[in-house]
Design a binder for this molecule. Structure first.
Ligand code: GDP
Length: 315
């Protein structure tokens, strides 16, 4: 085990224990690898009906709440389910942590809440920890509720609880219905001749896209401070969907205009036009900064998706 996670107990090394919800998602997988590398023991919490029992059994030092229905467009189709998982799910976990601490008399457990730049919605950039929220989807409104539940448990019960307000973060493990991965999947498949057209919605939306592998490190850093607080995590650079297309198709020598078809189905009832974070507090207080830049991220995703498409082709 790495020295970061260990505390000597009677001369023995006791690893720190982390409990993660949403471990099978993009962020859960990167966070798990990161924590295992630091010598943590990592558990997944998947059954919401027995949260207290899980906490009592596992006795974690840190809890990371990453579970969500995380797709904005899908949240307009299943708003009730989205609210249950994203908003009430966070409340259930916070309440379980609070009652576990009260019942066992053990000292602090550190709680991380996965917040989202979608909470800023229509509030213009740059967006920081002090920018007002104006959510534009059931997903974003649910994330706002989870944010405030977390602040409330911190203020009401003194819980060490942090909100990470993460701007969009992508990787080759991103779900295929998010625009970045949808594009790089298509580039791979078009390149090897498995597909010719790509159907997309609004190309003018602008996002602050970072690499998920960098962002999970910020989650952990938030829980290693003396006091709990909320932090914006962002690259501070924003690009339109069209710019993402340019770079991704350009990387394999194709012109996106020959392949992209605009399809009304992919426009949202309410759009978030422009997200660009101001993460100066996070950089100053946590000493965090992103390692992977925009072009490097697109290249990494395109390369992996070309390999995937090649494997698909031989099947
Ligand atoms: P979000 O920022 O969490 O909503 O991440 P997404 O990757 O789902 O969407 C980013 C932006 O791309 C949004 O403004 C979408 O409207 C826009 N977009 C344009 N076409 C598509 C599409 O076909 N799928 C998705 N998911 N988004 C699209």
């Amino acid at each position: 085990p790495g020295s970061d996670s260990t505390t000597p107990v009677n001369g023995e090394i006791k690893p720190k224990i982390a409990l993660i919800t949403g471990i099978t998602g993009q962020d859960g997988s990167y966070l798990t690898e990161f924590l295992l590398d630091k010598g943590y023991e990592v558990h997944d919490l998947s059954d919401a009906s027995s949260l207290r029992r899980w906490l009592d059994t596992i006795n974690p030092d840190e809890v990371y709440n990453l579970a969500a229905q995380s797709h904005v467009a899908v949240s307009f189709e299943i708003p009730d389910y989205t609210a249950d998982v994203v908003a009430t799910g966070a409340l259930r976990l916070l309440e379980a942590v609070r009652s576990h601490i009260a019942a066992t008399g053990r000292s602090q457990i550190k709680y991380y809440q996965a917040g989202s730049s979608e909470m800023f919605g229509s509030t213009p950039p740059p967006q920081s920890e002090t920018t007002p929220f104006h959510p534009r989807s059931p997903y974003a409104a649910s994330k706002c509720a989870a944010h405030w539940y977390t602040v409330n448990y911190r203020e009401a019960y003194g819980l060490y609880a942090c909100n990470g307000i993460l701007f969009n973060h992508e990787s080759p493990r991103r779900g295929e219905n998010f625009v970045t991965r949808k594009i790089t999947r298509a580039v791979g498949r078009i390149k090897v001749g498995l597909q010719n057209k790509l159907f997309l919605g609004n190309l003018q939306a602008s996002r602050d896209w970072g690499f998920a592998g960098d962002y999970v490190e910020a989650m952990w850093m938030m829980l290693q401070q003396e006091k709990p607080d909320d932090y914006v995590v962002a690259t501070e650079e924003s690009h339109t969907v069209e710019e993402f297309l340019e770079v991704a198709f350009g990387y394999v020598g194709l012109n996106w205009k020959d392949h992209v078809v605009i399809d009304k189905r992919y426009f949202r009832p309410a759009e978030v036009d422009n997200l660009k974070g101001d993460s100066s507090k996070t950089r100053k207080v946590l000493g965090w900064k992103p390692k992977v830049g925009f072009e490097q991220l697109v290249k990494m995703m395109v390369e992996e998706d070309i390999d995937l498409a090649k494997r698909e082709k031989v099947l």
